[in-house]
Design a protein around this ligand. Structure first.
Ligand code: ADP
Ligand code: MG
Length: 309
């Protein structure tokens, strides 16, 4: 079933006021590695322009993720035909394009779920093209993906979903795990639903929980597959705020597949526009706005109609 059934959502489910009414989690004894949660909860959303400048000045202009001439087919169907792009460390790339153009397949290749037919794929500065499953598991600790449907464990509560990566790796004490989980849930604006099963949550909340779970794994990069599709504008805004904060505080590298141009303009250093299997446009957001490419302009115009300002 598609996610539409979850609509409409009540914005109050996510509203910050609600979080304040509930008891604040005790974040005073977080382990060193997770101290950032407290900062992320307490500090205001950074100014978009400030984050942009920080990213530009970071100096570490090294591709953290790259596709080099990637081709990928399923049977006779050529999804990607010679696609190249890169994402520098600490930057956000937005991938735009119509449905079925290969956006999700691109992310899945970065995670090693599919292999390209030809071309090279770089992740975390390593050429992962020929990595085996064991090697990919190490890469997946550095780069995690937030799936379109959240891909939560249905039979585990929200809290246990988020605790999962924490239980998997470090030897954290139970009360530390619980604190981290509370902090992460607060950070993504999902408080008070910790004991629910995922099925009880709206689409937006499922995605927020998926982001909290991704962060529990302490990745260097997060790939978001359509985080704002089928959620109301307020939640889309909160998701954008969260991604900005993560970039500002943690210098997380991210790729965001989105239909929402305003989201891309706000967050992205660079944009990749996929069309008919090709990287029809790859460049900075400013270059995109100045582009005269007919197909790109048509896509952007249509998007503006779908998402009235
Ligand atoms: N495992 C698969 N087997 C066959 N075709 C697939 C498979 N995964 C994706 N595809 C096809 O590849 C194309 C790109 O899919 P996808 O990346 O999911 O598109 P989108 O850009 O909407 O995310 C689609 O036409 C889809 O049907
Ligand atoms: Mg997709």
């Amino acid at each position: 079933m598609p996610d539409e059934t979850d609509l409409p959502q009540h914005p109050a489910q996510h509203a910050p006021q609600q979080a304040e009414q509930e008891q604040k989690p005790d974040l005073d004894n977080l382990p060193e590695d997770f101290r950032y949660i407290e900062r992320l909860v307490d500090e205001p959303v950074p100014d978009d322009e400030q984050v942009r400048q920080e990213t530009e000045q970071a100096g570490e202009q090294q591709p953290y993720i790259a596709f080099e001439h990637v081709c990928k087919s399923f049977g006779d169907f050529h999804v990607l035909k010679d696609v190249s792009f890169f994402v520098n460390a600490g930057e956000t790339l937005c991938i735009l394009g119509r449905s079925g153009v290969g956006k999700s397949v691109s992310l899945q290749q970065l995670m090693g779920f599919y292999k390209p037919d030809s071309g090279r794929i770089l992740v975390a500065g390593e050429d992962i093209t020929d990595f085996n499953e064991e090697q990919m598991q190490l890469i997946r600790r550095k780069v995690t993906m937030v799936f379109q449907n959240g891909a939560l464990f249905d039979s585990l509560s929200v809290r246990e979903n988020v605790a999962f990566p924490l239980r998997e790796k470090d030897k954290l004490a139970e009360d530390q795990i619980q604190q981290i989980v509370s902090g992460l849930l607060e950070m993504v604006g999902v408080t008070g639903s910790g004991d629910e099963l995922p099925a009880a949550l709206s689409t937006g909340m499922k995605r927020s929980v998926a982001i909290a779970r991704a962060l529990a794994a302490q990745p260097q990069a997060i790939l978001y597959d359509e985080p704002t599709t089928m959620v109301d504008p307020l939640i889309a805004r909160l998701m954008g705020d969260l991604i900005q904060k993560l970039k500002h505080q943690l210098k997380l590298t991210s790729i965001v597949v989105t239909h929402d141009m305003r989201f891309a303009e706000r967050l992205a250093a660079r944009v990749l526009f996929l069309h008919e299997g090709k990287a029809r446009f790859f460049g900075t957001t400013d270059e995109m706005k100045a582009s005269k490419d007919e197909v790109l302009c048509q896509f952007l115009d249509l998007d503006a109609l779908v998402l009235p300002g």
